[in-house]
Design a protein around this ligand. Structure first.
Ligand code: 1GP
Length: 240
C-alpha cells in the first residue's frame, strides 16, 4: 500500500479529519503564487487537490513544481480528463463517475489515461465519484453530460456508494459540484458513511468553517474546499 492512501486510512482509524484545498489551474496566476503558497501553509489543509472540470491553460506542470518546492503536503491530481495529468504530482484520484451513465467518464477516459500513467510514478487511488443534485447545473454535470443523483433519494446514493466500494474503489467522493448552491445533505453523508468501510470525501458548496465541521460530524473523513478559498485566501482565518 502506498503512502497517501495509507495515511488517509490511518487518519480514519484515528478519527483525524482531513482537509483538502482544491486548486483549479485555470484560476491561478503564477505571478501571485507566493501569496497563495503562504496562505496554504498557514491553513489547516492536509492535502492539495489540483484540477478542474476543464483545464484550458498549460500551467499545470509549472504550478505543481512551484507548489512542491514550497509546500509540504501531498499534491493529488483531481483530473477532469487525461490531459490533466502531471508527473510532478504525488498521486491521482483515479475517478469513475459512478453516479452517471456516460461510459466516457465510467471507463473510457481511464483506459486512455493508462498509457500516460504507465510512464509516471504517481500513486493511483481509485475513487468512486458521485455527483449529487445541488440546486443548479454544475460544471461536472455540464462537462460529463450526466445527471446528478436526486438529493432526496438517500437510499439510492447509499447503494451507489456501496456498489462503488464493492467494485473495489478505495475512496468514495460525494460531490455537490464546485460552487454548488447547496452542499451534500448531512443526512446523506451520515447514511453513506455508516454504510461503507472505505474513507469518505465530501465537497462542493461548503462555504464556511461551520459547514466543514458539520460535514465531519456527519461522517466525512476528508472535506474539500475550492471556491471559498479561491474567493478569499483568508478563509481559514475566519471564525466559525
Ligand atoms: C469541487 O468538491 C470540490 O469538486 C470543491 O467544491 O469549489 O464548491 O468548494 P467548492
Amino acid at each position: 500500500m502506498t503512502n497517501i492512501y495509507k495515511h488517509i486510512l490511518q487518519s480514519k482509524v484515528e478519527n483525524q479529519k482531513l482537509l483538502a484545498i482544491l486548486l483549479d489551474p485555470d484560476k491561478i496566476d503564477l505571478n501571485t503564487i507566493e501569496t497563495l503558497i503562504e496562505k496554504i501553509n498557514q491553513s489547516p489543509a492536509t492535502h492539495i487537490f489540483i484540477g478542474g472540470s476543464t483545464v484550458e491553460n498549460n500551467i499545470l506542470d509549472q504550478l505543481i513544481i512551484r507548489l512542491k518546492e514550497n509546500i509540504d503536503l501531498p499534491l493529488v491530481l483531481f483530473p477532469g480528463n487525461p490531459s490533466q495529468i502531471s508527473a510532478h504530482a504525488d498521486g491521482i484520484l483515479f475517478l469513475s463517475l459512478i453516479s452517471g451513465r456516460n461510459p466516457d467518464y465510467l471507463i473510457d477516459h481511464q483506459v486512455n489515461a493508462v498509457s500516460i500513467l504507465n510512464q509516471m510514478d504517481l500513486e493511483v487511488i481509485s475513487t468512486g465519484y458521485i455527483l449529487i443534485e445541488s440546486g443548479t447545473q454544475t460544471a461536472v454535470e455540464r462537462v460529463s453530460q450526466t445527471k446528478p443523483l436526486d438529493r432526496n433519494n438517500i437510499n439510492y446514493v447509499v447503494h451507489t456508494a456501496q456498489a462503488g466500494e464493492m467494485l473495489g474503489n478505495k475512496l468514495i467522493y460525494l460531490e455537490a459540484g464546485s460552487g454548488a448552491k447547496q452542499a451534500v445533505p448531512l443526512e446523506m453523508i451520515k447514511k453513506v458513511a455508516n454504510n461503507i468501510e472505505i474513507p469518505l470525501i465530501v465537497g462542493g458548496g461548503i462555504i464556511d468553517l461551520y459547514g466543514i465541521q458539520k460535514a465531519y460530524d456527519a461522517g466525512a473523513d476528508l472535506v474539500v474546499i475550492g471556491t471559498a478559498f479561491e474567493n478569499d485566501v483568508n478563509f481559514f482565518n475566519t471564525s466559525i
